[in-house]
Design a protein around this ligand. Structure first.
Ligand SMILES: [Mg+2]
Length: 356
């Protein structure tokens, strides 16, 4: 087995800012996001593709992901033996979930291709075409830009608005000026530091009438007692994201939230993602698959798990202008593999770059 890794800078269509990235006096946020692609090729020439989009929130960087991937002995990995391949990766170092996830995805892509089927079939799942709707995310910005972005996202039936800045009320009003009745999911990204502030904000948001749920109102490090207090009083359903890093968090999340957001880079790929979604449903939680800024490799990988979810927020590839791959499509927000360039494994292929 051969492993090839390379870095790639995804260019964002708009500056991307969330509560954690706010900088006093400046716009904060970022205009590019670096990912790392990993490609495994076995002795028969069969290829499996994966991607890491490490997040600083979880103490991970592309440098550390590359360093980890460079340590991997590809001869210890096999498309035919996922369990021992993953066991080997776990033995190399703790953490590094984004990098391990890249190889988990690449191994599953190769395994499903080897079996001549798409990844969801390989995993024993179905995929309901044109049923799963992804939200389209709008980051923290000025009210004028938010109105503009909302108009530009007219084709998407559900929006997700990032809150947690001093201008939350103006920003929601700006969205509503362009989309008065559209369902909106709100993500506070841990911004509201006390249960009282969080409840005040939830009561304000409930007046809107078309907010579906609110993600991570308080820090994941908040006392469980405070989160339970908030859940008991919240007029809107609450979703845990930063609080749900692995299946180990499921009991705590069931006490604090109504639903959880699973991301492949957070849990370490499709295999632990499957387990995290399943465990959440077993615990009575609703589930969503979310993402970071990612190319169509990771977005398509996650989309194969869509039948294990109640909501999807798989729009990372829709926010970038130079996605080097194409896979699952999200026309009008509806996920479909029907027109994917390939129907094996991840159903992903390199994008044909336009020639001048
Ligand atoms: Mg979130």
């Amino acid at each position: 087995m051969k492993l090839r890794i390379w870095r790639y800078d995804l260019q964002l269509a708009h500056r991307w800012t969330i509560a954690r990235g706010l900088e006093p006096g400046g716009p904060g946020g970022k205009t590019t996001s670096q990912v790392v692609f990993a490609e495994l090729t076995d002795n028969d020439g069969l290829v499996g593709l994966g991607e890491a989009a490490p997040s600083a929130r979880y103490g991970e960087t592309t440098d550390a992901a590359v360093a980890f991937l460079e340590r991997v002995d590809a001869n210890r990995l096999s498309f035919a033996d996922l369990a021992s391949s993953l066991e080997y990766l776990r033995s190399l170092a703790p953490g590094q979930f984004a990098a391990k996830g890249a190889l988990d995805v690449a191994l599953l892509d190769g395994a499903a291709r080897r079996g001549g089927r798409p990844l969801h079939t390989h995993l024993g799942l179905g995929f309901a075409e044109n049923k799963h709707v992804t939200s389209f995310s709008i980051g923290i910005d000025t009210p004028e830009v938010i109105t503009r972005k909302t108009r530009a996202a007219e084709a998407y039936p559900v929006l997700k608005l990032k809150l947690g800045s001093p201008h939350d009320r103006d920003n929601l009003a700006a969205l509503r000026a362009a989309a008065p009745h559209k369902p909106v999911r709100v993500d506070a990204n841990e911004a509201w530091k006390t249960k009282e502030i969080a409840l005040q904000n939830l009561e304000w948001l409930a007046q809107d009438g078309a907010i579906q749920f609110v993600e991570q109102p308080m820090p994941a490090s908040a006392d469980l007692e405070d989160m339970v207090w908030l859940k008991a009083r919240s007029p809107l359903p609450l979703m845990g994201d930063e609080s749900y890093v692995s299946v180990k968090d499921v009991e705590r999340c069931a006490a604090a939230f109504h639903s959880v957001n699973v991301k492949l880079v957070k849990v370490g790929g499709v295999s632990p993602g499957f387990a995290a979604l399943h465990a959440a449903r077993q615990a009575g939680l609703k589930t969503m698959l979310g993402c970071m800024i990612e190319s169509s490799v990771l977005i398509s990988a996650a989309a194969h798990l869509a039948d294990l979810t109640d909501y999807l927020d798989l729009d990372g590839n829709l926010l970038v202008t130079n996605d080097p791959f194409c896979g699952v499509k999200a026309d009008r927000g509806l996920l479909s593999f029907a027109s994917a360039p390939d129907h094996l494994g991840l159903c992903v292929r390199p994008r044909e770059m336009k020639r001048l």
